[in-house]
Design a binder for this molecule. Sequence first.
Ligand SMILES: [Mg+2]
Length: 195
Amino acid sequence: MPEAPPTAEGYEEGLKFTETSQYKKQFAAAISSARKFLTDYKKQHPDDTNLAIVSDLDETLLDNRPQFRLHPIRSWDIFDKWIQESKAPVLKPTYDLLEWARTQGYAIFFITGRPEKDRKPTIINLVRDNVSYDALYLREKHGGPPAEEYKTAVRKKIEEMGFKIVLNIGDQYSDLAGGYSLDCEKLPNKMYFIK
Ligand SMILES: [Mg+2]
């Protein structure tokens, strides 16, 4: 979810990059590495319970390109209108990974930078896309502490509830920094950068 809009040129380039084989390769490599880590962890710790995965939503599971193709990122307001429509399709490789992981006993926690007021359209979007999950964390409001700080605090809370976060997956470094996960997987995104 864009907070600081990139330059129009950088943004266009980032959108074009998503159509390249390089993007698809990077995406597939991260998903494949995640799947291997989750498989190996289960093998090595057959008696562990309360295993969890943390995933970001925008550009990790939910694909906002239908909107970005129509409107270069200019403001939160424009993006927020799109959120209200609840019609972002899924990024299939992430969707498949999470569906599979859930059958392996991993709980799925979403931590998104979307504000709490967008909980309802976000849930409608996830239901429309047939996404199964265990909890959805949104920010109290837009703005506030940087994404890294907020997301790390939520992961800490999840672990304090007794879960072990085996995988954390996201398209921004701010999704992944800060600990409280055994493995981190970074998906490609050159369209925008969130601190
Ligand atoms: Mg994201």
